[in-house]
Design a binder for this molecule. Sequence first.
Ligand code: PMP
Length: 360
Amino acid sequence: MSSGTSAPGPRLRPSLDGIPTYKPGKPAGADAYKLSSNENPNNPLPGVLEAAVAAAGSFNRYPDMGVSELTAVLAERFGVPTEHIALGTGSVGVAQSLVLATAGPGEEVIFAWRSFEAYPIITQIAGATPVPVPLKANGDHDLDAMLAAVTPNTRLIFVCNPNNPTGNVVHRAELERFLDAVPGDVLVVVDEAYIEFIRDPEVPNGIDLYRDRPNVCVLRTFSKAYGLAGLRVGFAIAHEPVAGALRKTAVPFGVSQLAQDAAVASLRSEEALLVRVEALVQERNRVVAGLRAQGWDIPDSQANFVWLGLGERSADFAAACAAAGVIVRPFPEGVRVSIGEAEGNTIFLSVAEAFRKEID
Ligand code: PMP
């Protein structure tokens, strides 16, 4: 039977037209350094790779849907009850479950902007309304403005600490003041994807903040410091019923057995992984110092990337980097450059120096 040329296609939700498709950082060619996705440049530790390979032998089976071993190891590592932990397909998967669990049509999700580009997308997928609140001129979250944006329709607020893509952090005193002022029926998600790279002692650990606050949820990932970006595993720590709601809204079996076992092995090899994180922090400090010596005015990044607020020159700068064999991430407001292998970072610094001279 022919469908005929005039048959209508399937009826999709009209609101999808206004939702952008998530754009990943550009892949790099074989001989280029990829500094566009805030990945960990180190290959997996042998023990972590072995755990994943061993799990691969049974991928004809579904994974453990309760993620029981990893949940138990995380609960012990962070000193929280197992019922307070919910895992998902990357922390972006958990973030999407959080929005689905809290907000729908006519309800609002507040976040700083520019921040992690998935926030407005997952909000719109849920049919809810994104409420972006501009960062301050220096790249800090404007928590007073975010508080002023709260309405009776607000259901969720993301605080990205450190902020992707600027690297700025929110300090303990201001975050506590903010959390105490937000209505108790609004969920505040503190997205700590880059927490292991923080060296500023004034930045709080969200886990200390959630303990006596039922409306605070901490979001973490194995993708950055732990180097498991390709395996897709992230988690939330929150009180019931938030953690329970996440278990309902997550895709069933969304964390593969490879991911679960590699994450357990990573936590068991944490010391070795954190030595690598410290080396990346040292590299970040070298890059920040190098850029400032060249005359760049950049935020004090506490993450595994740096931010050049280049505005309309961003695309030109990214093209200059690409020509030199380094792939970076341009946004309308600026360029984000991940900290990678030392050689790639050094090439980026030399492009930045030449560009600085050109625009001075
Ligand atoms: N939160 C922030 C702030 C991020 O930058 C990212 C990744 N770019 C994520 C969450 C999602 O990471 P993943 O899904 O790999 O855990």
